[in-house]
Write a protein that binds this ligand. Structure first.
Ligand code: MLT
Length: 411
């Protein structure tokens, strides 16, 4: 007998969307070595880590070199010094009380949103908004919770909730009952948001249907408008039905450094086949303790510096910088007559392709004619067809240059 593979992997598209784009851009760059491609595809930051973070980071690395201050294995759930700062700064000012055991430090919201499905049964019906951050879909495909992808670009057994121009990117409640619901707001990829009332509809749905919401709030720092919840726990009753994912990647530049956290309230319950309730917090704790050895000490110290007054000022400066790029992108594209969404409470701008081009045609046009790499909307799901996403994470100079190049295209 030979080794058998997990055949669920064969149901996936051959490449993860961002790897596919990297490959295409690299190929183009190889064939056109003199061209300067401006990357506005993957949502990777360009500004360095804040000085406040670097200072604490270096000091913590130094501690690792001395016998008396060296740190070996840390708690799998994260160090108290960081968890306490998170609760005090990210939640208490919004009237949310969390205990230390409800916050789990990790190496990324991507990993946590991909791994969380493991603690839930395969028979659960999963709902995703469409377009969607592909990790939620792919991780459920890998686990065997879906069938193959149909000709309509949808995996069987997965419930797609379209978020389009027609419904102003506000997901409507599913027509058939669902168990696990992934919501990401501010949304990746559309850059749109839900206000309190709109998010309350989902929390109420989850409470009435015994569903669990997996709420990805990785972009909350970009919210600029009032009445937009930064945390799902601002909605009454959400503690019983929601897990929240947060990250230091996009607010503080940790995309390469890796630090994030997940909140799993103690009230959250899942049920076994006999109908007995079980603590979801305990299951996640058990999973993490077995499969994860925690984020390194220097990185957690570095992340804690985000909450110092100096760190807060620096991250605000970066957010303002990226949001200025976002408004430049929005204004320039609108002037060209393109329809744009997002970019007000989010670093992502979602563009309707001109002249009924499909997403990949518009991607190719931008790459070939303006040397700009975006992300084709269809890479985020079938409702993303006919759209393209640009990020505001490049430098101001490159953003301006990209818009200048675009203005010369006949679109
Ligand atoms: C994106 O471009 O959508 C993000 O980089 C995804 C991520 O943070 O993994």
């Amino acid at each position: 007998m030979s080794v058998k593979i997990n055949e669920n992997y064969l149901l996936l598209e051959s490449n993860y969307i961002f790897s596919e784009i990297t490959q295409r851009v690299e190929k183009y760059q190889k064939e056109n070595p003199d061209v300067d491609v401006i990357s506005m595809g993957i949502g990777d930051v360009t500004r360095p880590l804040p000085q406040a973070v670097i200072k604490k980071f270096k000091k913590a690395v130094d501690e690792m070199s001395k016998k008396d201050t060296f740190h070996g294995y840390g708690p799998e759930q994260g160090y108290d010094f960081l968890i306490e700062e998170i609760i005090k700064n990210d939640y208490e000012p919004r009237g949310i009380t969390l205990s230390k055991e409800e916050v789990f430090i990790s190496d990324g919201a991507k990993c946590d949103t991909g791994n969380i499905q493991e603690i839930f049964g395969l028979e659960n019906i999963v709902a995703v908004t469409d377009p969607v951050y592909p990790v939620y879909v792919d991780s459920n495909v890998m686990a065997g919770r879906t069938g193959p992808m149909g000709d309509d670009g949808r995996y069987h057994n997965l419930v797609y909730i379209p978020c389009t121009e027609e419904n102003e990117f506000v997901p409507e409640l599913p027509e058939t009952p669902v168990d696990l619901i992934y919501l990401c707001f501010p949304n990746n990829p559309t850059g749109t948001v839900l206000n309190k009332k709109q998010l309350t509809v989902w929390v109420d749905y989850a409470r009435e249907n015994n569903s669990i919401i997996l709420f990805d709030a990785a972009y909350e720092a970009y919210i600029s408008e009032k009445d937009i919840p930064h945390s799902i726990y601002e909605i009454s009753g959400a503690r019983e039905v929601a897990i929240e994912f947060r990250s230091f990647s996009k607010n503080a530049g940790f995309t390469g450094t890796r630090c994030a956290y997940t909140v799993v309230p103690k009230e959250l319950l899942g049920f076994d086949a006999k109908g007995n309730p079980h603590s979801v917090n305990e299951l996640w704790n058990r999973r993490q303790a077995t499969k994860f050895n925690g984020v390194s000490y220097p990185i957690q110290v570095a992340a804690s510096a985000v909450y110092t007054p100096e760190g807060q000022a620096e991250i605000q400066e970066s957010i303002d910088y990226y949001m200025k790029n976002a408004s430049i992108i929005r204004d320039s594209l609108s002037k060209l007559g393109l329809k744009v969404f997002g970019g007000v409470n989010s670093p992502y701008i979602w563009i309707k392709t001109p002249e009924d081009m499909d997403s990949w045609q518009f991607f190719d046009l931008l790459l070939n004619e303006a040397h700009i790499a975006g992300t084709p909307g269809v890479g985020f799901g079938p409702s993303g067809e006919g759209y393209l996403r640009l990020t505001a994470f490049n430098t101001l100079e490159n953003t301006k240059e990209a818009m200048e190049r675009l203005s010369k295209l006949s679109i």
